[in-house]
Design a protein around this ligand. Structure first.
Ligand code: BGC
Length: 551
């Protein structure tokens, strides 16, 4: 890639004369303000340098991340920006799960309803319905949002004649929730730009159950609410025969889950509704919150700060904004805007759209990087969509380079976060399951993440990455299945315990009766003995008297 960058710079220098003759681009109030803020002269190299992170910086970040994870486990958000939320999922699937389950998945912008039939040793049978969540639902009232979800669920079940089967539902809700049980979770805050009112601080399962009751057409039982990373981890473990060490999402937002010892989950278990008796639990790290108290300022560029200040939730979920797809496109746009202002690209002309906030969706980055070497088909199409005219070969190389540098930084930060969790899990060989659009559709992200984890992982540890499609949805159904299996196993254990206690009680009773009978027998023997004795004494006395009379 650096070769391409060098080539572009030389090409620009060579074209210098001809570019000088072009009409300078007219400044808008917004761009004038941006220029004023950054009056120092900039080059592509100086802008790009801001996005480069050395391994020393990444290791420093890993230390801070790990420290925050420890404090999150101990004291939650009071002492940490990483919440380390309990999921109340005690184990991974063991292949013995069976039954019919419904999964609902509300993540970034889509809602998915799935029906899954699970039989040991057989591939899962799935029927699903996907819909894009309307803006009015994501940005209106909470009641409207949950009514929309309840309606989608009811329509789906009625169509399949399952309205009254009281099927167990696993609900994947990919926003930070403080869980006090498997099916009780208070929404801590919205992320990924959602602003529906009346939900933060409320129990999400209750909001859903109320909406299902308002709809009134179906009977279901919500058995678990889970985060998408928990679902991804569980779905990957099901495929891999029971093992998965981290579930990661790099999509509109980013986050990870892993299995933790229950005794370390001090804060998360302090308010549990029921006593938690299992040795382990999956923890939803919510690592996206890292940096919310300024502890990661050394990785923020001026562009990150602008993106954050213009976002729906400024100062919230900082690492999310640096890594995930929600803001990546806008970051590229801001860099291009600045380069354009300084006439480094597009000869300073750009376009009105390029200077307009949020006009460069993250999918453009993947599309540009998907162009085969030397072909600029997607790049040209995107420039056309942005209204950029007269771009040169050098401009297209530069545009590609900006996409590489911004998305590579995101991959490096994701890799550092993953390596941090792997260094904590510390098994000789670990399986990392990753899902999410940003990761999936970018042509090099997977390779970059893998390469960087290798550089940052502690010696003696090894890992493998698997991409888990649909993990969050399938995971919700699997968790509903695990819950019902664990419940059945618990009930069986309880039945076995009761049967053992009953048998022990019966044994004690029998023993008591035997002792009682022995006692009675001994008393009887004693009575008979004393009767015999009495008889013998009487007979003796009689004989004595008879003998005395005879005398
Ligand atoms: C949310 C997480 C979620 C992640 C990936 C973040 O914005 O806070 O709960 O797991 O996005 O969807």
């Amino acid at each position: 890639m650096l070769g391409a960058l060098e080539l572009a710079c030389r090409y620009r220098a060579w074209r210098g004369g001809d570019q000088k003759n072009r009409k300078p681009h007219k400044q808008t109030p917004l761009t004038k303000m941006a220029s004023k803020l950054n009056e120092e002269s900039i080059s592509l190299e100086s802008v790009m340098a801001e996005f480069k992170l050395s391994n020393t910086t990444l290791r420093r970040m890993m230390l801070h991340l790990s420290d925050n994870m420890d404090r999150g486990l101990e004291s939650g958000l009071e002492k940490s920006t990483i919440a380390m939320l309990p999921s109340f999922v005690p184990e991974l699937p063991n292949g013995k799960e069976r039954g019919k389950f419904v999964a609902m998945d509300l993540g970034g912008t889509n809602l998915r309803v799935m029906l899954m039939e699970i039989e040991p040793g057989e591939p899962m049978r799935t029927k699903q319905f996907n819909t894009r969540m309307p803006n009015a639902a994501m940005h209106g009232t909470g009641a409207k949002l949950f009514d929309y979800i309840a309606k989608a669920l009811a329509d789906f079940l009625i169509e399949r004649e399952l309205a009254n089967e009281n099927l167990p539902v696993g609900f994947t809700f990919s926003y930070p929730c403080d869980q006090t049980g498997l099916r009780s979770a208070t929404l801590l805050r919205w992320t990924k730009g959602v602003t529906a009112t009346g939900c933060v601080g409320e129990d999400v399962v209750q909001l859903l159950e109320d909406a299902i009751a308002r709809d009134g057409r179906v009977k279901v039982e919500i058995v678990a609410l889970i985060n998408d990373t928990v679902g991804t981890m569980v779905a990957a473990a099901y495929e891999a025969g029971g093992q998965c060490d981290i579930g990661v999402i790099i999509g509109t937002g980013t986050n990870a889950s892993y299995m933790e010892d229950s005794k370390k989950i001090v804060h998360g278990l302090a308010n549990a509704t029921d006593k938690y008796t299992h040795k382990q639990m999956i923890i939803d790290t919510e690592w996206g919150g890292f940096g919310d108290r300024g502890e990661a300022d050394y990785i923020f560029t001026r562009y990150d700060k602008i993106v954050d200040s213009r976002s729906d939730h400024p100062g919230v979920n900082s690492l999310d904004k640096l890594i995930a797809g929600m803001c990546m496109g806008e970051l590229v746009r801001l860099v291009l805007e600045r380069l354009c202002e300084n006439k480094v690209i597009f000869n300073g002309n750009g376009s009105k759209l390029l200077r307009t906030v949020n006009t460069f969706p993250t999918k453009y980055i993947s599309e540009i990087l998907h162009d085969d070497c030397g072909s600029y088909m997607n790049t040209r199409q995107i420039m056309e969509e942005l209204g950029i005219e007269g771009a040169t070969f050098s401009d297209m190389l530069l545009l590609r380079e900006v996409c590489v540098v911004v998305s590579r930084r995101s991959a490096n930060l994701a890799a550092a976060a993953i390596a941090c969790v792997l260094n904590r899990v510390r098994k000789p060989f670990m399986l990392v399951a990753i899902d999410g659009s940003t990761y999936k559709y970018h042509p090099f992200f997977n390779h970059w993440v893998c390469e960087k984890i290798r550089e940052l992982l502690d010696p003696g540890l090894d890992f493998k990455i698997v991409q888990t499609g649909d993990g969050s949805g399938r995971g919700a159904a699997l968790i509903a299945a695990i819950v019902s299996r664990v419940k059945k196993e618990d009930e069986q254990r309880q039945r076995d315990l009761e049967a053992r206690l009953k048998k022990e009680e019966e044994d004690v009773e029998r023993k008591k009766r035997e002792i009682e009978a022995e006692k009675l027998e001994a008393e009887e023997r004693g009575r008979k003995m004393s009767e015999l004795l009495k008889y013998q004494l009487e007979r003796g006395a009689e004989e004595y008297h008879l003998r005395s009379d005879d005398d």
